[in-house]
Design a protein around this ligand. Structure first.
Ligand code: ADP
Ligand code: MG
Length: 240
């Protein structure tokens, strides 16, 4: 069952086409990883899926429904950015609750329950009263992920979420994200990275992008054993 279908998706900025006709199906519950060189359109593709950016042409279908012009808040999607993007003057609790306070239908108790559950999943419950600046980089990134979890999205989009962390924290946080995916039923994750080890260890399938187009999609093993091109082989090659 498809969570997200992209059909001949295109995006131009002014006269410059950067997404050039992407066809891709992401299955429900799948962990899909986008890899590709800097500037190939990974972030743009995530922003199109999230609705933060409008598509130029083509179709985007979520759960069988066309969502080409649907507002971001109505897509059931949460995005975790590379920069922590936390509000510096708000506590961790308020940072995590903020999105919910803007949505209708959440009373105080519901918000507290959601924030505490997300904090428990990420083991940051003891930090709820702190300010972001009182946390380490890894803890801040957990708060950013926790903020996404409180919204109970069906799809998580991650744009290089670990790239600002040092090597040890990258591994720990990567394992945390894998665990979250395993714990949440039918939650789809779409994850951008330029780190080959992250891609090979997290992905159910990897989508290799090249200059605004899909070069190859397959399981890590398929891409490793049968790369469609030297370009793919160069990206997947044996992990260092
Ligand atoms: P990646 O995330 O793979 O590094 P991006 O999606 O950020 O690539 O960018 C793809 C291309 O689109 C780049 O050439 C970039 O300069 C261009 N681009 C991205 N966003 C904009 C924008 N808002 N306006 C103009 N060009 C943009
Ligand atoms: Mg990018």
């Amino acid at each position: 069952m498809a969570a997200i279908e992209l059909k001949n998706l295109r995006k131009s900025f002014g006269g410059l086409e950067v997404i050039k006709g992407v066809d891709l199906t992401i299955n429900k519950g799948e962990f899909m990883v986008f890899v590709g060189p800097s500037g190939c359109g990974k972030s743009t593709l995530l922003r199109l899926i999230s609705g933060l950016e409008d598509i130029t042409s083509g179709d985007m279908i979520f759960d069988g429904k066309r969502v080409n012009a649907l507002a971001p808040a109505k897509r059931g999607i949460a995005m975790v950015f590379q920069s922590y993007a936390l509000y510096p003057h708000m506590s961790v609790y308020d940072n995590m609750a903020f999105g919910l306070t803007l949505e209708r239908g959440h009373d105080k108790q519901d918000i507290r329950r959601r924030v505490e559950k997300a904090a428990d999943m990420l083991q940051i419950r003891q930090y709820l009263d702190r300010l972001p600046k009182q946390l380490s980089g890894g803890q801040r990134q957990r708060v950013a992920i926790g903020r996404a979890i409180t919204r109970d999205p069906k799809v998580f989009l991650f744009d290089e979420p670990l790239s600002n962390l040092d090597a040890a924290l990258r591994v720990a946080t990567r394992l945390e994200i894998a665990k979250l995916h395993a714990e949440m039923d039918n939650v789809t994750m779409v994850y951008v990275t330029h780190d080959q080890v992250e891609a090979m260890t997290l992905a159910d399938r990897i989508c290799v992008l090249r200059d605004g187009l899909v070069e190859q999609v397959g399981t890590p093993m398929e891409l490793y054993e049968q790369p469609a091109s030297l370009f793919v082989a160069g990206f997947i090659g044996s992990p260092k």
